[in-house]
Design a binder for this molecule. Sequence first.
Ligand SMILES: [Zn+2]
Length: 254
Amino acid sequence: MNEIEAAADMIIRSKRLVVFTGAGMSTESGISDFRSPGGVWSRFDSSELTFQKFLASEEGREKYWEFSNSSWGEMAAAQPNPGHNAIAELDRLGRLDCVITQNIDGLHQRSGIPEEKVIELHGTAWWVNCLECGQRYPREQIQERLGAGIKVPRCDSCGGIMKPATISFGQAMPERETRQAEAKAAACDLFLVAGSSLVVYPAAQMPLIAKESGAKLIIINLTPTPHDPYADITIHGKTGPALPQIVERVKALS
Ligand SMILES: [Zn+2]
């Protein structure tokens, strides 16, 4: 049995599958991450984009919004790739408990996975929050203001500072989502990592929580991860070809 067949076999035997996705899935949809050469990140200094700098001055907020505005185009245009669609197919087959994602692009929801089954650890770029009163605005609405020349948008209700609903460098992880994700990792019997190098907290911890609770672990990532030694199956490659192959096999055998 090769790795694809073994992974499909494990999914068929699983009663509670949690899929964990990272930047690798987004880059396959054309969204650059901070490692992508020539991407939007290369034109900005990430140390200028911390949450602290955003809060500290109007200049810091202007810089952040400039960055956020430049990265929005590729985010808004991105489509779910075959990897996303394969995970959505697992859901339609009744084989998915939930997706935990580090990605902020909303592509899992757009591939057809219900909102309540997607735990977004780093927030979402599709909403903008007022940091004072908590009002939420659809991103498109705020993009119109940026397009009209407003450099730092303010809340309509209270005039407060607004920020995309993503977790920035230096910003605390969302408590509710982190706790939910930890609980899901602890309760699953199969934890499948897709496109994450598992180096940043809390991503790094999730597979270990699952493993310590007795779950099997599958890791699909282009490059080796620090958790490969704990994995039952490791596939070094892109998720776009690997996940559909696995899901085809699941469908053929079930
Ligand atoms: Zn407000």
